[in-house]
Design a protein around this ligand. Structure first.
Ligand SMILES: NC(=O)c1ccc[n+]([C@@H]2O[C@H](COP(=O)([O-])OP(=O)(O)OC[C@H]3O[C@@H](n4cnc5c(N)ncnc54)[C@H](O)[C@@H]3O)[C@@H](O)[C@H]2O)c1
Length: 286
């Protein structure tokens, strides 16, 4: 028996990165997956976002585990698209147990007062509005099913502590942490648990891209993600001597919170951060 055998998980941002890894890890442990992703670019995001081919690859990888996956294009800023995805998932699998609100972007960077209104609004709409819409679209099915459930909101260390040059992201992810607590309070009566996960740097396309490298290089040209100075800058954010962790490290936390092993765990901030939140130093990038 897998740890989530027979459950159905709804995952946003499932085309690549951590969302793909969550889909695979839950499938390996017996879950079927409904995975949605925008599969398109948002113009305030300075690095390439996912494509339809990415989502198709996640579906193929899940199917290799022997489980089923419904992959659908939907933007978490579009409530009716999410509700349609939930309906199609219900028609396909006939149940819903786990919700992972994972989709997010990093809409550029800079000192708080230099971010544009457009950047700030996009960030909050995707990260915080998207998490709320994902909850709103999925909760009626969980309640109607009447067997409890687990909602997992992917926040960040930025949802607990400040980071330099990303005030919009810090604000949105801190909002996600508050949303988690409020949802947990509203849903406890239904035995629906709600928890957030707070990763440090995770090696995914969100950080493994040139604009992020340029930020960590302080605008100096010629640096790559693997450059020792860049790795050292990332590493200085963590206590443990690693610059970043891998998507599977977060997927294992998702699996734990999705499983019945955590049947009385709700309203918690689950930190997977190589000690980042306790670390003394943060890189100072101009
Ligand atoms: N990578 C990191 O260092 C890091 C650290 C802490 C937290 N996180 C969080 O982890 C989660 C996963 O990010 P990742 O690292 O896998 O990044 P990623 O960019 O590889 O994946 C994010 C996915 O979300 C999708 N997405 C973005 N906006 C969307 C929208 N409006 N509607 C639907 N889908 C959308 C993207 O297309 C992409 O496939 C995010 O919530 C992110 O904020 C990441």
């Amino acid at each position: 028996m897998g740890r989530v055998e027979g459950k159905v998980a709804f995952i946003t941002g499932a085309a690549r990165g951590q969302g793909r890894s969550h889909a695979l890890r839950l499938a390996e442990e017996g879950a079927d997956i409904v995975g949605v992703d925008i599969c398109a670019q948002i113009d305030t995001v300075p690095y390439p976002m996912s494509t339809p081919a990415d989502l198709a690859e996640t579906v193929a990888l899940v199917e290799k585990t022997g489980r089923r996956m419904l992959g659908l294009e939907a933007d978490v800023r579009d409530l009716s698209a999410l509700q349609n995805a939930v309906d199609r998932g219900w028609d396909t699998f006939g149940r819903l147990d786990t919700v992972v609100a994972n989709a997010c972007t990093l809409n550029g960077n800079g000192p708080a007062w230099e971010l544009s209104e457009h950047q700030f609004q996009d960030q909050v709409d995707v990260a915080l509005g998207g998490a709320w819409r994902t909850a709103k679209a999925t909760i009626p099915a969980l309640i109607e099913q009447g067997q409890g459930g687990s909602i997992i909101l992917i926040s960040s260390t930025s949802g607990i502590s400040a980071e330099i040059n990303i005030a919009h992201y810090v604000a949105a992810k801190t909002g996600v942490t508050g949303l988690m607590r409020a949802l947990a309070a509203d849903l406890a009566h239904y035995m629906i648990r709600v928890n957030s996960i707070h990763p440090t740097n995770v090696r995914s396309p969100m950080i493994e891209n040139q604009p992020t490298v340029d930020l960590f290089a302080g605008g100096r040209p010629g640096f790559t993600f693997e450059h020792p100075e860049i790795k050292a800058a990332f590493q200085s954010m963590n206590l443990m001597p690693v610059p970043w962790i891998e998507p599977i490290d977060i997927s294992n936390a998702v699996l734990y919170l999705a499983s019945d092993e955590t049947r009385y765990v709700t309203a918690t901030t689950h930190v997977v951060d190589a000690g980042a939140l306790a670390a003394f130093k943060h890189p100072h990038v101009e």
